[in-house]
Write a protein that binds this ligand. Structure first.
Ligand code: UVW
Length: 353
């Protein structure tokens, strides 16, 4: 028998789900989900206010793809209108670029195998990838809530290690990631406005207010279900750094520029209802995170909302095209590696204009 409070919470959850499930065709023809306000979200036991676990569950099945649910056929169809020129760019940085991976991670390896001795002139190849050591998606089983050791939608660390739940194959099985990408070219904006940017291997924090200002400066309006991509200068720094500087910056220091982890950012991200976020830096958020608040953005994005995080994407050519086109939105496709229970993957991301 549910208690009064349980009954009330269930009603709030149902109302929230009804609102979420209602795809609304607004006056502008933009189709989107209606989310409850951050403070009105039903409380999830043991998790902070703002957690959306359960909202995407359907027919008694626990959801495993989080905010990728926002990429409905209607949203994709609308996003496809971004294709106006047929120009396209792949956003994966070359996997061998990170010569000195941080956090003890192993370096990318690539071996070409000559099959001639078998009597047939041909080549095969083999690769070793730590999916965190280059352009990547973090899946919904990459990072747990550090206090409860839970992943998105209530998956325990123990179950995450033993099962394929929340794995990246779920993204492949839904047809990959396809939608509207929006570049927030913070680096270009910063250089025009302030001159020399902060070091990409310092833990400079980019506040949400600046993301908003950059969008305004670019004349870009976001839509629910967008894939928001921030350029902060990490890949550009790496492209021009000497091997010694790279070793110091990526392997020895473990610090990196990124989005600020505070309540203002959490609320800003929630209110924009992005399907996924990505960036050119190693952790999307400034690293190491402050943790004085008791959490980092990885926990909000991956755990509380099920929002994939892209890291170390190559946004250099994209920045130039956006500036040339005076347009910072584009059609985006991403085909992650189809690995059952995969934790991360090179994004296989393509921006199409
Ligand atoms: C860092 O490496 C800091 O972040 P992630 O594990 O998401 O790559």
């Amino acid at each position: 028998m549910p208690s009064m409070t349980e009954g009330k919470e269930r009603t709030v959850l149902q109302t929230a789900k009804d609102r979420l499930g209602a795809v609304a065709a607004t006056l502008t023809g933009q189709a989107h989900f209606l989310f409850p306000d951050f403070d009105q979200l039903p409380k999830v036991e043991g998790q902070p206010q703002g957690c959306i676990w359960g909202l995407f569950d359907k027919d008694g099945r626990k959801d495993e793809v989080g905010t990728l649910n926002l990429l409905t056929p209607l949203v994709v169809q609308k996003a496809s209108q971004e294709i106006q020129k047929g120009e396209h760019l792949q956003l994966d940085w070359c996997l061998e670029n990170v010569e000195f991976p941080g956090f003890g991670r192993k370096k990318f390896e690539h071996k070409v195998l000559d099959l001639t001795p078998s009597g047939f002139t041909a080549l095969d190849d083999e690769v070793y990838i730590n999916t965190q050591s280059g352009s990547q998606w973090d899946s919904l089983k990459h990072c747990a809530d550090q206090k409860t050791r839970m992943y998105y939608n209530g998956l325990s660390h123990e179950d995450a290690t033993k099962s394929v739940t929340n794995g990246i194959h779920n993204w492949c099985e839904r047809g990959g990631i396809v939608g509207r990408g929006v570049l927030v070219d913070w680096l270009s904006w910063y250089e025009k406005k302030h001159g020399d940017p902060p070091s990409a291997v310092s833990r400079h924090e980019i506040p949400a207010s600046e993301l908003e200002e950059v969008l305004r400066y670019q004349g870009t309006t976001t839509r629910p279900g967008d894939i928001m991509i921030v350029r902060s200068g990490y890949v550009r720094w790496h492209n021009y750094a000497s091997p010694e500087e790279r070793k110091r910056g990526t392997q020895e220091s473990g610090t990196g520029i990124g989005v600020q982890a505070n309540e203002a950012t959490v609320r800003w991200l929630y209110d924009h209802h992005f399907a996924a976020v990505a960036g050119d830096t190693m952790a999307f958020e400034a690293w190491p995170p402050p943790m004085d608040s008791g959490w980092c953005l990885h926990e909000w994005l991956l755990v509380q909302w099920g929002t994939p995080i892209g890291e170390m994407w190559d946004l250099e050519a994209l920045s130039k095209v956006c500036e040339g086109e005076k347009r910072y939105s584009f059609f985006l496709t991403s085909a992650p590696l189809h690995v059952k229970g995969g934790v991360g993957s090179p994004p296989g991301a393509i921006a199409i204009f």
